[in-house]
Write a protein that binds this ligand. Sequence first.
Ligand SMILES: O=C(O)C(=O)C[C@]1(C(=O)O)C=C[C@@H](O)C=C1
Length: 260
Amino acid sequence: MSTILFKPRSSSRTRYAKERVDSSQTLTLDAIRKSLMLQEDSIIFNLLLRAQYAYNANTYNDGALCIGSFHGSLVKFIAKRNRKAPCSENLPPSMLLPSQHPKVLHPCADSININEMVWNMYFTDLLPKLAKAGDDDNCGSAAVCDTVCLQALSRRIHYGKFVAEAKFQESTAEYEAAIKVQDRARLMELLTYETVEAAVKKRVEMKTRKYGQEGSITQQEGAADPIYKVEPHLVAQLYEDWIMPLTKEVEVEYLLRRLD
Ligand SMILES: O=C(O)C(=O)C[C@]1(C(=O)O)C=C[C@@H](O)C=C1
C-alpha cells in the first residue's frame, strides 16, 4: 500500500504542457453514480468475506516476517505483492488489442493518492469492529481479504476524481470561480449533495441486510430474528464517517488543481 499522501503543491502553479483533458467525451454524473453504486456491492461482499475470520492479531505483527529485503507484517507482505504486476511471463500473450480509453481526467489526477488515510482508517477504525476478536488460525486468509477490501475501498474513494471531473464539466463557471481563489470550503459546499448521501447510506444498509443474512436464501424470507454476518448499520456508518468524506476529500484536491 502506498504511503504517499497528497503531493506537496508548489507555490507556482504546476504546468501540464502536453496532456490535455479530453472534454469531448461524455462523462456524466449519472454514469459515475451508477459505477459508485456497483462498487458498493464489491465493498459489501469483501467486508462479508473478511468478517468470516477472526481478527487474528498475528497478521498485523510488524516483526513477523523477514523475507529477503522485506521486513514487516503478513498483511503488508501480501499488500506489497498484490501491488506488483501479476506474473505475466507465465501467461500466453493477450489476443485482444490494447483498449484505447479516452483520457478524461486532468493530468493532476496522478498526483492525488490518499491510500495512507484509507489504510489507517481500515486498520484502526473499521477492522476491529468488523472481525470477531481472537484467533482462528486464518492469518493468511485474513490478510488476503484485508488486501482485497483495501483495494475496493481505495478504488471507490479515488473514483472521486471522476466525480469531480463530471461536476466540473457540468458547472464549469461556478467551479472555476472557486478554484481560481483556491476556496476549499466553497468547493466542498458545491460538490456536496446531502440527499444523495442519505440515499447512499440507506441503500448500503439495505444491501448488507440482504446479502449478509445468516442462513440460506430460501430460509431467509420472513426470518423472525435475522442474524447478520456484518451489522448493516456498521456499513452505513462506514460510508458516513469515512468513505464519503474521503471521496469528497479526493474531489476537492482534484478540483483545486483542475486549472493548473
Ligand atoms: O454523487 C456525488 O455527487 C458524489 O460526489 C459522491 C458522494 C459519495 O461519496 O457517495 C460524495 C459527495 C456527495 O455529497 C454525494 C455522494
